[in-house]
Design a protein around this ligand. Structure first.
Ligand SMILES: [Zn+2]
Length: 500
């Protein structure tokens, strides 16, 4: 290989890796970093001494648990999981727990941390440190970052914290958050004990597997040791699969496994606490649900919120501005919409594309209006709005409204009154000539505005009807593009000029 082809190969590899990192394949990422040795002491007590918890089994009260959401970004403040993505992710979490009358809400403000070593944290120790420094006691602490110690997520069993890789909780079809919440509410993996062992179909299945030097029972199909083996739940069937797997159309493992007595079975992939992929994982078993509800009502009883959580009203498209296909001046574009009941914030997005994949502007605001300083002129844009609060997560964006951001170059007309500016390239002069014709006498305000939307100067004049010939002092302006905004009772107009 000569130097040139080596160079080409290196360039190719660099391009490949940068493309690869943008489209991260989460099916290649280990689902979870939890390494529990079977049920915790609390869960063992729950499983072996049911009479101590019988008073909790009868009730089906709605259990509302507060979460503190920690959004971790890089040190420069980039990389946050967005508020809109968070909305979708918590909606999915709550859908997975809804039929079990367990509901999660955000308590207090979302906390943003700018720390690249936390954002990309590769070890559990850094996760522990992050928790020690930032935890909010009395809530479930959820850390959303770019790397959760090499996994899609991990949690501390039965505790008040979990760590989620943002790529693994994005969208409506992911179960990583529900899985990690399951751990935090005491649940082990359905294949508990096999975490560090690969099932080998060519070998007889042992009756115990080892984690370190500790033996862990292997669950049999006949259920003989189901209460001691694996997760200790007899309504979750044997599962030995400790790497991510896809299920067949029946929600089962495509491969047939054998238990220690050589009895064949397929693993149930519908259980969220298995390692089946997001397309099949969907449910908790009744005993898993009973354990989670008991865990909340004992260990986490002080966290439970019994008040009512506000539900967001519906977003209507009346009184929106701009309206569909309206032309608006491309300076300080004001977007308005109807206020929505029980909303604390609105997410606003503006894009040139109806799918909003690329956004020219996005903001989270507390009022039902926002000003967009500047867009690329003479183009169509779409905008949409999503109302959010800290307890109702299944709201979605409004339908998109299209508008056009326009600007005139040197001549414009408002209600029959015409205006021209000269020169449009302002060089070696601090004056601009405004010409045109007015149909009646009027007050006119001339504003010079920069491309960040800041008003640089403002001059108000009363001008007579007839031909218009005004010299306007605009002063010494820094290099750049500017807008002369001409406003009167008749309307508003904007003309562009350049200071080279
Ligand atoms: Zn797990």
């Amino acid at each position: 290989m000569n130097f040139k082809s080596l160079f080409t190969l290196l360039i190719g590899l660099t391009l490949y890796s940068s493309i690869y990192s943008q489209t991260e394949d989460i099916s290649k990422i280990p689902p979870c970093g939890v390494r529990e040795f079977g049920p915790s002491n609390w869960l063992r007590e729950f499983q072996t001494n049911p009479s101590a918890f019988s008073h909790l089994r009868g009730n089906n009260d709605i259990l509302q648990l507060p979460m503190t959401i920690h959004i971790v970004g890089q040190t420069d403040g980039s990389g946050y999981f967005s508020r809109a993505e968070l909305q979708v992710a918590i909606c999915k979490l709550n859908q997975d727990y809804e039929e079990h009358n367990i509901r999660f809400f955000i308590q207090g403000p979302i906390i943003y941390h700018n720390n690249t070593s936390w954002y990309n944290h590769a070890t559990f120790n850094i996760g522990q440190l992050m928790y020690n420094v930032t935890k909010v006691v009395g809530t479930m602490n959820v850390y959303i970052d770019n790397n959760a110690a090499g996994n899609c997520g991990y949690a501390i069993s039965g505790a008040d914290r979990m760590y989620l890789k943002k790529a693994c909780i994005r969208g409506t079809n992911t179960t990583t958050w529900s899985h990690e919440m399951g751990h935090a509410l005491s649940l082990p993996h359905t294949f508990s004990g096999w975490e560090d062992t690969t099932y080998d179909p060519t070998q007889p299945t042992p009756s115990v597997v080892f984690r370190g030097n500790s033996p862990v029972n292997v669950e049999r199909v006949d259920g003989v040791n189901c209460a001691e083996a694996a997760d200790g739940f007899c309504d979750t069937e044997p599962d030995y699969l400790s790497a991510r797997w896809n299920c067949n159309s029946n929600g089962l493992s495509p491969n047939i496994l054998k238990d220690p007595l050589n009895v064949e079975f397929r693993v149930d992939g519908t259980l969220i606490m298995a390692y089946s992929n997001d397309a099949c994982a969907a449910v908790f078993s009744p005993m898993q649900v009973a354990a989670m509800r008991a865990n909340i009502q004992t260990v986490k009883a002080s966290m439970v919120y019994t008040g009512s959580l506000p539900v967001i009203g519906s977003l209507t498209t009346v009184n929106i501005s701009p309206t569909q296909d309206q032309e608006v001046l491309n300076v300080n574009i004001r977007l308005d919409w109807e206020a929505v009941e029980n909303t604390s914030e609105y997410i606003v997005e503006v894009s040139r594309f109806a799918d909003f994949n690329l956004k020219e502007f996005e903001a989270v605001v507390t009022t039902n209006t926002v000003t967009v300083p500047q867009l690329t002129e003479n183009r169509n844009y779409f905008y949409r709005v999503m109302p959010v609060n800290n307890s109702d997560f299944c709201t979605r964006f409004s339908p998109a409204t299209r508008f056009r951001a326009v600007i005139q170059t040197s001549t414009t007309e408002v209600e029959g009154n015409s205006f021209s500016i000269y020169p449009t390239i302002l060089k070696d002069t601090e004056f601009m000539s405004i010409s045109g014709r007015l149909f009646r006498s009027m007050d006119i305000t001339f504003d010079v505005i920069d491309l960040q939307g800041r008003t640089i100067s403002s001059t108000r004049k009363n001008l007579p009807a007839g031909p218009l010939a005004e010299n306007l002092l605009v002063g010494s302006l820094p290099k750049g593009m500017y807008i002369m905004r001409i406003s009167s009772a008749e309307g508003i107009s904007a003309l562009k000029f350049l200071v080279p």
